[in-house]
Write a protein that binds this ligand. Sequence first.
Ligand SMILES: *Cc1c(COP(=O)(O)O)cnc(C)c1O
Length: 375
Amino acid sequence: MRDPLTVNALPGILGLEAYSPGMPIEELQRRLGLHDVVKLASNENPLGPSPSVTAALRAALDGNLALYPDGSGHRLKQAIGRYHDIDPNCITLGNGSNDILEFLGRIYAGPGRAVLFSAHAFAVYSLVAQAQDADAVVAPARPADDAQPYGHDLEAFAEALQRRPDVSLVFIANPNNPTGTFLTAEAVEAFLNRVPPQVIVAYDEAYYDYMDPSLRGDSRDWLRRFPNLLVCRTFSKAYGIAGLRAGYALSSPAVADLLNRVRQPFNLNSLALVAAEAALADQAHVAASVALNSRERQRLTDACTGLGLRVLPSEANFITVDFGRDAKPVHQGLLERGVIVRPMGSYAMPHFLRISVGTERENDRFLDALSAVLA
Ligand SMILES: *Cc1c(COP(=O)(O)O)cnc(C)c1O
């Protein structure tokens, strides 16, 4: 007999598996009685937010938290509009950019429709398709020996679109998480030219700031030319406020209008609104965070390569390392030494671990623990 509490749940929801996030520091401290725990598992900014963000938050605490926030996010949208030189009615705010990805699912995915994304892409894309009971069309990734190993193959995306006229929504991450791989601006633009106008392309630039500037595409220009394009940005990575949940989409006003219909009226709380505005204003902090990341990403890459490991080339704030065998024991060994990294079994890459780039001290802790585990 079926459980009466699930019998009426929607099939897409029943098929879901809850997203498993990186282990919180407190959990490992509790489990192993460790004090000095380093978390390099969720691609957060190791410098934390700009000091002006914490100052703005302190000031906001003296305001009236009993009042609902500004549901339109007027001030933050004005600031984002100035930053990108884009009309605020092209902007939708999200409780993290994850919120935006879910809005897109609710608007464009459902039974009889399909969502297209790459193998080894950000896990949320498949969750969105599954939750809506839409078909997931998974484009094969670039081969392991490619210059962008396990990265998106936009040729395969275009072929999938030809084969599957039921695709209504496409997710592209550039750079991609969890592989760190990137797509050239030319490849993205060539692909956009091949997408039918009724298919929405969600172009996820969560790691945009970490990319080498010479590799970055001009998504602002593409937005003008491709009305079916939506660009996602987040305050969780380079801006350092993952804990507050703020992200946004840039799109055509018509798509922004649909996003706003499904958005809860107060999806960003008043502290997140204040913090995101202050974070955006401090581009020097972003630049310092990016500089630290570039330096330390190279150092981690060199050190892991020196240990005989293959490191995927990364344009993001993490490295993805191939252990050539099941990486679970290595993951466990690192945990026992107080270092939390991200296993990749759920991304169909069980031989890999993803390590977020931390501060110099955190990265040293990781490298020491890794050497001990591999010894
Ligand atoms: C981290 C990440 C996000 C951002 O998530 P938030 O909800 O904004 O914290 C979006 N896309 C990708 C690919 C990511 O890795």
